[in-house]
Design a binder for this molecule. Structure first.
Ligand code: SAM
Length: 235
């Protein structure tokens, strides 16, 4: 049984935080935006975002804090891989309530011990995209897939024009990462039309052997087979 912890309104959305046995869930307008009982795809996004950059001091943009599983996994991966280099991570979260809930309920320990190069900012991730940006990796986990579910404004991110804007915001060997509940071939086509090379990874779901999420790696330059093997991507 989930216990209701807090409510907030965020630019027209009603957000609710629930807890069950130490696990949290956020609903947006009653719809399950993030459930801490299932976070394999969020963890893998963070892991890949930490493994893919070739730069020794990468700049990484994460769109959407949610319950912070992607951020935690990213920090853990970068710490193992690049320590003692300091990460430069910007997490853009549109809801101030989600940021406050993270520090007070969801993961106060992580919130209090973030490395100095990590910034959690109340802002739409779109504000961090632009031709003068040079992110090594952009992670988009604002909607659980390339469809505007959190807020209609997110639709700009997934059309050919928005994808081209993401591409132009990346360093020449940069990557855009996102996951989806089911393969979206139209999205893959749009990503290719926007100039990306697309690689996928299947993420098996614990206790659901017949189902898998799909993680997309959209790269400005095609990934080498050595890189694909290094981060275990399917192709
Ligand atoms: C599915 S959750 C993210 C899950 C997260 N990866 C995790 O590990 O828990 C989506 C988050 O993105 C935020 N969000 C939605 N649209 C956004 C936008 N345009 N810019 C920034 N944050 C956004 C929501 O408020 C929510 O906190």
């Amino acid at each position: 049984m989930w216990t209701h912890i807090a409510s907030a309104s965020s630019e027209g959305n009603q957000l609710d935080l629930y807890e069950r046995n130490g696990v949290y869930m956020i609903r947006a307008d009653g719809w399950e935006l993030m459930n801490g009982a299932y976070h394999a795809s969020e963890d893998q996004l963070g892991r890949l975002a930490g493994l893919l950059p070739s730069a020794s001091h990468p700049a990484i943009l994460v769109g959407g804090l949610g319950l912070g599983y992607t951020l935690a996994s990213l920090l853990q991966t970068l710490h193992k891989r690049l320590w003692p280099a300091r990460p430069r991570i910007t997490v853009a979260e549109r809801s101030g309530a989600v940021l406050r809930w993270f520090g007070s309920y969801i993961n106060p320990r992580l919130a209090a011990t973030l490395p100095s190069g990590v910034r959690l900012i109340e802002r739409d991730v779109v504000a961090y995209l632009g031709v003068d940006r040079r992110w090594d990796v952009i992670v988009l986990d604002v909607d659980n897939g390339p469809e505007a579910l959190s807020t209609p404004g997110n639709a700009v991110l997934y059309g050919e024009h928005g994808l081209a804007r993401c591409r132009d915001s990346l360093a020449p060997s940069g990557h855009l990462l996102l996951w989806t509940g089911c393969e979206d071939l139209n999205f893959v086509e749009r990503a290719r039309a926007a100039g990306f090379s697309v690689t996928r990874q299947s993420i098996p779901l614990p206790n659901r052997s017949d189902q898998a999420h799909v993680l997309y790696v959209l790269s400005r330059e095609p990934l080498s087979s050595a890189d694909r093997d290094r981060v275990s991507l399917d192709g």
